[in-house]
Design a protein around this ligand. Structure first.
Ligand SMILES: Nc1ncnc2c1ncn2[C@@H]1O[C@H](COP(=O)(O)OP(=O)(O)O)[C@@H](O)[C@H]1O
Ligand code: SF4
Ligand SMILES: [Mg+2]
Length: 331
């Protein structure tokens, strides 16, 4: 088992509340509400859950695009949650973000060469022309694009090629940690597999650490070592990725999994189906007690009264459900 010293990111009791106003009505959106997890060097943490559950906000707090309301974000031993922007300089390049579609963040008038050059020289170190040119070639090759494409513009690329460019631009900063926010969600299924394979190869070759965000649990299953399932700003279950199909415990995780098609006929025939009832409640009016109780087919009286804590049930597996032990296959 990995030691504490392998932990490069330790998020503790992270809260991100947004104050919004609708007319005279001031509201608080609890986008992330007391979330804790850690990521070890070289690991991939998969963060999954339906749209609006707080995945992107969690990622943005780690990058300090959002300033957290409360909690700690210990990155390489330093709490970056409360640092001033000027004190964050050394993390700027070390933690990178890859978006769903990088198009919005690419200047359409810049060709690939200029886009990558800007990322390379962003470290403010001296670079010769030759160095920059060979680094551009190296980066394009690394993401399996041809160096001959350097003179193209983003609109001349396919969705998959554009995502490769987004990855190359992030890698130009030589990051340690990469937050990948739905990086394959906008792509065709066949291209998704290619990009996921690329992420895996790069992780091995460059020793990267990922936080891989997706709404589709099937996508995360392929790439993650540990999976954290989020619901309404909370982590409701966290476990080794290998465990998720064998022993999913939280009713929400089980309902997400029951929507994933499988190719195994026997498994398909015998497996549990839990169809999610109703809509996700708004984080401005989060339910009392267990946040999942209005949609949970197993809810009992206690569920609307007391919020279950995320509890270790053994084997690197934590669940936030009053009846976790009862639902677990490992009793
Ligand atoms: N800047 C913001 N101001 C107000 N509400 C926000 C802001 N950013 C996100 N939210 C809200 O926070 C919740 C979580 O959003 P987000 O983190 O984007 O979810 P996800 O990435 O899981 O889809 C949503 O209800 C969203 O509307
Ligand atoms: S605590 Fe209750 S409502 Fe929440 S997931 Fe468990 S059984 Fe369902
Ligand atoms: Mg999102």
């Amino acid at each position: 088992m990995a030691e504490e010293k392998d932990v490069i990111l330790d998020v503790q009791n992270l809260k991100m509340y947004f104050r919004t106003a609708k007319g005279f009505n001031k509201q608080t959106v609890k986008a992330v509400d007391d979330v804790s997890f850690s990521v070890k060097k070289g690991q991939t943490l998969g963060l999954v859950g339906e749209s609006g559950c707080g995945k992107t906000t969690t990622g943005k707090c780690i990058l300090r695009i959002n300033d957290p309301t409360d909690g700690h974000i210990i990155y390489k031993g330093r709490d970056i949650a409360k640092l001033k922007k000027s004190e964050l300089k050394e993390n700027r390049r070390d933690i990178q973000l890859i978006f769903q579609d990088p198009y919005g963040s690419l200047n359409p008038r810049q060709n690939l060469r200029t886009i990558l050059k800007d990322a390379i020289v962003g470290d403010h170190k001296p670079h010769s022309k030759e160095e920059i040119s060979s680094e551009i070639d190296r980066l394009l090759t690394l993401v399996e694009l041809s160096p001959t494409m350097a003179d193209r513009y983003p609109h001349e690329l396919s969705g998959g090629q554009r995502q490769r460019l987004g990855i190359a631009r992030a890698l130009a900063c030589k990051p340690t940690l990469v937050v990948c926010d739905e990086p394959v969600s906008a792509l065709d299924v066949s291209i998704q597999a290619q990009i996921i394979n690329l992420f895996e190869r790069l992780k091995e070759e460059l020793g990267l650490t990922y936080i891989f965000i997706a709404h589709d649990i099937a996508v995360v299953k392929h790439i993650a070592d540990v999976i954290a399932v989020m619901y309404l700003g909370h982590i409701v279950e966290m476990m080794d990725a290998k465990q998720i199909f064998r022993n999913p415990v939280h009713p929400y995780t089980r309902s997400l999994l029951s929507a994933v098609p499988t190719v195994d006929y026997d498994e398909e025939r015998t497996r549990e189906r839990i169809i999610l009832q109703g809509e996700v409640p708004s984080p401005t009016h989060a339910p009392s007690g267990c946040p999942f109780h209005p949609r949970c087919i197993y809810a009992k009286d206690i569920c609307s009264k007391e919020c279950p804590a995320l509890k270790d049930i053994g084997g690197n597996h934590s669940v936030a459900c009053h009846f976790a032990e009862q639902f677990s296959k490992d009793k």
